[in-house]
Design a protein around this ligand. Structure first.
Ligand code: BG6
Length: 308
């Protein structure tokens, strides 16, 4: 812990994988695992967990952890040559001891950790594009959480990828929440072979399985959780699409790493670039995303931002 009360502690999880606990002076915290470079926990200064993680999650590479904020890269979904949601989420990342500098605002007053993923030889066999994926996870003195990602193309040819920040929000009850900001948008419905529909309702509510990618959404979205009196405000930049997923009852029972009833306590709302993959020319590109911050009591914000 330094003088400002910001702390960064590295410990081992039960599998011997490093995990990093970021803490701020008021007691808010975030836990990040090198397994998937995944944020597994984000707690307010009152100790309330804001992210869902399944009680049946498997914390052992190569499985992806069911919960938190898995990073789906270099593919989101099943379309493409790779396994669903790409491989970044089930690889072991390393701590990046010497990251290229970021803007001073991205470090000042924050407890943070820099992580790095490079493809293994086996990864290159299935996705022949060399890259460095740098992820900074920040926890501010106010308890804000932000994820800043930078992807470097180290081939001599461009490559394209899709990406999503697969954010599992912890909610009181799926039947009680509503999502605003996606109305009137077109979406691809994974339950209907990605057929394109237009959202008709004023707000999105949930009474059965939902598995959609909303296209070209505006940058402000809100998830209202009435029972918990909690609102997540989502502000994003640069990531045009939004995945919305809840498996509901039947699919929950089919997933080995998910409790039969847990669909009631989670909702995934994911900032993504899916419909139009991102193409990176050789060299650096900035990709900043996933700023999560409690604004005031019982109100939380999540912003995704992408910068080129
Ligand atoms: C969602 C997809 O983003 O992730 C769903 O749209 C999928 O189709 C879900 O079932 C979970 O995927 P996975 O690979 O983590 O089980």
């Amino acid at each position: 812990m330094n003088n400002s009360g910001l702390a960064v502690e590295v410990s081992k999880d039960r599998n011997g994988t490093d995990q990093i606990l970021l803490r701020n002076p008021r007691g808010a915290s975030a836990k990040v695992s090198l397994h998937g470079g995944q944020v597994l926990s984000w707690r307010t200064d009152r100790g309330e967990e804001l992210l869902f993680t399944s009680s049946k999650a498997i914390f052992k590479p190569p499985y992806a952890v069911r919960g938190g904020i898995p990073i789906c890269f270099p593919q989101f979904g099943q379309r493409g040559s790779l396994e669903q949601h790409g491989f970044a989420r089930n690889r072991t990342w390393i701590i990046d001891e010497n990251p290229p500098p970021l803007h001073a605002n991205d470090a000042c007053g924050k407890a943070y950790i820099d992580l790095l993923l490079k493809p293994s030889e086996d990864d290159l066999k299935i996705w022949p594009h060399s890259f460095e994926f740098r992820l900074r996870v920040n926890l501010t003195a106010d308890g804000n959480l932000s994820l800043i990602s930078r992807i470097r193309n180290i081939n001599c040819k461009p490559f394209s990828f899709s990406i999503a920040y697969h954010t599992y929000f912890s909610i009181s009850d799926i039947s009680e929440v509503r999502v605003e900001g996606l109305e009137t948008l077109d979406y691809l419905d994974n339950l209907y072979q990605r057929e394109r529909f237009t959202e008709q309702g004023d707000a999105l509510t949930f009474e059965s399985e939902v598995d959609r990618v909303y296209l070209g959404s505006r940058d402000a979205i809100a998830i209202f959780d009435h029972e918990r009196k909690r609102t997540f405000f989502i502000k994003k930049e640069g990531l045009p699409d939004v995945g919305v997923w809840n498996p509901w009852e039947k699919k929950s029972k089919a997933m080995v790493d998910f409790g039969d009833e847990e669909y009631k306590q989670m909702l995934c709302v994911n900032g993504a670039a899916v419909e139009k993959p991102i193409t990176l020319k050789p060299g650096w590109r900035g990709l900043a995303n996933g700023i999560v911050f409690p604004n005031r009591r019982l109100t939380y914000r999540l912003a995704w931002k992408m910068v080129f």
